[in-house]
Design a protein around this ligand. Sequence first.
Ligand code: SF4
Length: 311
Amino acid sequence: MTNAECGSDFPWLTQKAWAVARYGHPVFRVPVDPGWGCPNRDAAGRGGCTFCAEDGGRARQLGGEQALVEQVRRGAAFARERYGAEHLQLYVQAYTATYTSAQNLERTVDRLLNEVPFHSISFGTRPDCLSAATLRLLQRWNADREVWVELGVQSCHDQTLERIQRGHTRACSEAATRLLNDAGLHLCAHLIFGLPGETEDEMLASVDWVAGLPFHGMKFHNLHILRGSPMGEAWLASPFPVLDEVTYLQTLAQGLRRIPANLPVFRVYTDSPPELRLAPQQVMPKGVFLHRLEEYMRRQGWRQGDDFTGN
Ligand code: SF4
């Protein structure tokens, strides 16, 4: 579904325009954090991705399943009362949402679905954390409601992936994408611009790579260096330049041109807690960034997909 088919003249296909055209309503996410940890920290012992400030020792969900049930009850009630939400999406996030046994995943998510009749589910995960049993489970849920998998691929460059201790390769991301797509699931790619050592051309090469894979949605993030992350420690020891927001905006605009026009863009900007953010030190409010991106693309006469060269 393109912007024109959604009746929107916006330079890129926003989640809202896409969702209203697809479901008849905007999507309201109800996040839940089951605290299942992350294989890149816990199992492999690599210390996690260098940009990540998630505290591996953070208290796991206190109160177990009952606390998760309370989280979704409150979240769903808030979205309905405050926004009149019609389409509720269960968003299993934080750490790696498939880093638990398939039995535990099944019991937990089924319990939450019994509590609130979610219209769709989204799982945020890594390309190397998808067992055959988990895949079957995602397919089972997908038979009744849309299941989305947000895959943190971050970059197509193995050198970068190694530099940031990501713990998986480009080939692993490609294999996971095909596996999930063949299973009939809906896939959103997560890319980060500004990873250390990457040029703008390399960032755009990652966009071209994603655009050639069977993804159904996109999320773009600009790198923030956070206190408590290995990258933050390195920056404090010896500050290094970080992608500034104007360069990010211009590179992102080119990236948007290079993805298919029918790919909804779920995110284009990073939010991070100011007390944790070391760099960039000055950031625009999200609304200002979105407005400037829109203005910039309109001024240039650019639209999402107008420089997409794939099939
Ligand atoms: S970004 Fe995700 S995969 Fe990487 S260390 Fe953090 S929680 Fe783990």
